[in-house]
Design a protein around this ligand. Structure first.
Ligand code: AMP
Length: 274
């Protein structure tokens, strides 16, 4: 602070009136000279225009190093005092102008992005395609067909329980279709997915995905559709159990707990046999 205050005290504000044109030239060199050089160098290294413009805007000023250099220049009689005054005043003006460059740059980049999006048609409203609603009734809706879901679906098949799967991985979807299992492709948390699974007429929902955050969203949407539906979800920690219960799950199975129980049961059985 002391440094900047002492530098500030060196500036002679009268220079604005005394030498307006040389001061303007100094500011021009600081703001545009440095920025153009920075822009060229950044582009030479293959970075995009937006990066080059941001670097240019941040270098469109000079700071304490220039104060030290001009002071040294004057003390070594390399620079007249007038030069030091111009550099100091130019530095202060360039620092004051800097936020303006950033504001203009932000505006420019936002407008450019918006017109690029418009040109690529990204902003065209996507017509919402209504998913066909499953004809299944009194069925189980199984979300996720990975390590957990595939075991569940095998058991449901063997028990002749009607069910359908909501799965978002194309490979898993293909396998399900090949096996003749009804499948809805996509993220179960997305709009319209649970409705397409005819959840209102289902006997239960099994959320067999590992992500409890996404699981919570699915459970909450399902609970909004049916207040009395049994919803069983999957978790990996006590916090996740609490999260899923809070969103309306009827019960939550924590994989790690079931592994521990099975281990205890097996060692118990081994102990009894020995
Ligand atoms: P696993 O952890 O091995 O039981 O696999 C979980 C399965 O759930 C994977 O096949 C994922 O593609 C699927 N999955 C995960 N999140 C979702 C979701 N939100 N909607 C539909 N399927 C999902």
């Amino acid at each position: 602070m002391l440094f900047f205050v002492s530098v500030g005290m060196l500036v002679d504000p009268a220079i604005i009136l005394r030498e307006p044109l040389p001061l303007l030239a100094t500011v021009f060199i600081i703001v545009f000279g440095k920025s153009i050089a920075a822009f060229g160098i950044v582009r030479m290294f293959g970075h995009p225009n937006s990066t080059a413009l941001t670097i240019s805007a941040s270098l469109a000023q000079i700071g304490e190093f220039s104060f030290i250099l001009v002071s040294l220049g004057v003390s070594l009689a390399l620079l007249p005092e007038r030069g030091r005054d111009l550099v100091l005043a130019g530095a202060i003006i360039s620092i004051m102008l800097n936020p303006l460059w950033f504001a203009l740059l932000d505006k420019f980049l936002a407008e450019r992005d918006a017109s690029a999006k418009k040109a690529s048609g990204e902003e065209k409203p996507v017509p919402r395609v209504e998913l066909p609603v499953s004809q299944l009734f009194n069925h189980v809706v199984l979300v996720g067909h990975g390590r957990v879901g595939s075991v569940v679906s095998k058991a449901l098949r063997q028990a002749n329980t009607p069910f359908l799967v909501i799965e978002d991985t194309p490979g898993a979807v293909e396998r399900l279709k090949k096996d003749g299992i009804e499948v809805i492709t996509g993220n179960a948390a997305a709009a319209g997915m649970l409705q397409a699974a005819n959840l209102a007429a289902a006997r239960g929902l099994l959320v067999a995905i590992p992500d409890a955050f996404e699981g919570g969203q699915i459970v909450a949407k399902a609970r909004a559709i049916s207040a009395g539906l049994p919803i069983i979800a999957r978790a990996h920690s006590e916090e996740e159990i609490a999260h899923l219960m809070h969103h309306g799950a009827t019960s939550v199975i924590m994989g790690e707990m079931e592994i521990a129980k099975a281990m205890i049961a097996q060692i118990g059985a081994a102990g009894a046999a020995a």
